[in-house]
Design a protein around this ligand. Structure first.
Ligand code: ITT
Length: 203
C-alpha cells in the first residue's frame, strides 16, 4: 500500500517506515513537487496534525497523513508541548531545545514527562485521528546519538537509558509514534477490508 506522509522530517519518515514494516511504501510531499515548509500554527497537537494533512491534501490533491508530536513535561505544566519544535529558537534546533529544557529543569526533582503523537489521516474526503503516548522522565544530562529531537534527554518508563541510547528497534516498539502509527495501520487494514467487501457497506 502506498501512503503519503505529510512531513519534512526524515527521522519521522524512517521511524514510521520501520514501525509499519514491509507492505507499505511511504512517500513525502517532496515526491510530488511540494517542497515548501508545511505550516503548523495551531495551539494543539491535533490542530497541527490536521493543518499539516489538509495543507498537503490541498496542494497535491492526494490523501495523506500527518504527525504532530510534543514532549509534555509535568513540572513545566506540559511545556514545551505543542511548541516542542520551537522551544528555544524559531528553527528546529534540537541541541538548543534540549539544552533549554535541561536548564529549565535544573534542581527540579520531579522529572516526569511524556511524548504524545497525534496522527491526522485524510482518506476519501474524511478526517481521522490516532493518538499515541509514551511515559518516562527527563534525564539530568543528554546522552546518546540515535534518534532525534529530545531523544537524548528522554528515558522511557521501564528503562535506564535515553531513547538516543536505546536501539532504534526498542524506540520503535514502545514509542508514542509506534502506538499512533500502529493504530493507523489497523484502521487502514480494516478500512481496506470494508472497502473491498461491498456487502459490509451500510452495516
Ligand atoms: P513535520 O511537521 O514536518 O512532520 P517537525 O519536526 O516539525 O516535522 P513536530 O512539530 O511534530 O515535527 O515535532 C516537534 C518537535 O518535537 C521536533 O522538532 C522534535 O524536536 C520533537 N520530536 C518529535 N518527535 C520526536 C521523537 O520521536 N523523539 C524526540 N523528539 C521528537
Amino acid at each position: 500500500m502506498e501512503l503519503i506522509f505529510a512531513t519534512n522530517n526524515r527521522h519521522k519518515l524512517e521511524e514510521a517506515a520501520q514501525i509499519l514494516g514491509g507492505g507499505y511504501i511511504l512517500k513525502t510531499p517532496s515526491d510530488f513537487g511540494l517542497s515548501e515548509e508545511i505550516p503548523e500554527e495551531r495551539d494543539t497537537l491535533e490542530g497541527n496534525a490536521v493543518q499539516k494533512a489538509e495543507f498537503v491534501k490541498f496542494h497535491t490533491g492526494l490523501d495523506c497523513f500527518a504527525d504532530d508530536t510534543g514532549l509534555e513535561v509535568e513540572a513545566l505544566g506540559g511545556e514545551p508541548g505543542v511548541r516542542s519544535a520551537r522551544y528555544a529558537t524559531d528553527g528546529h534546533d534540537f541541541g538548543a531545545n534540549t539544552a533549554l529544557l535541561l536548564k529549565n529543569l535544573e534542581g527540579v526533582a520531579d522529572r516526569r514527562a511524556r511524548f504524545r503523537t497525534v496522527i491526522a489521516l485524510i482518506l476519501d474526503g474524511r478526517l481521522y485521528t490516532f493518538e499515541g503516548e509514551v511515559r518516562g522522565k527527563i534525564s539530568r544530562t543528554a546522552a546518546g546519538n540515535k534518534g532525534f529531537g529530545y531523544d537524548p534527554v528522554f528515558i522511557p518508563e521501564g528503562y535506564t537509558e535515553t531513547f538516543a541510547q536505546l536501539p532504534a528497534e526498542v524506540k520503535n516498539a514502545i514509542s508514542h509514534r509506534a502506538e499512533a502509527v500502529r493504530k493507523l495501520a489497523v484502521f487502514l487494514k480494516d478500512y481496506g477490508k470494508y472497502q473491498g467487501d461491498p456487502s459490509l457497506k451500510g452495516k
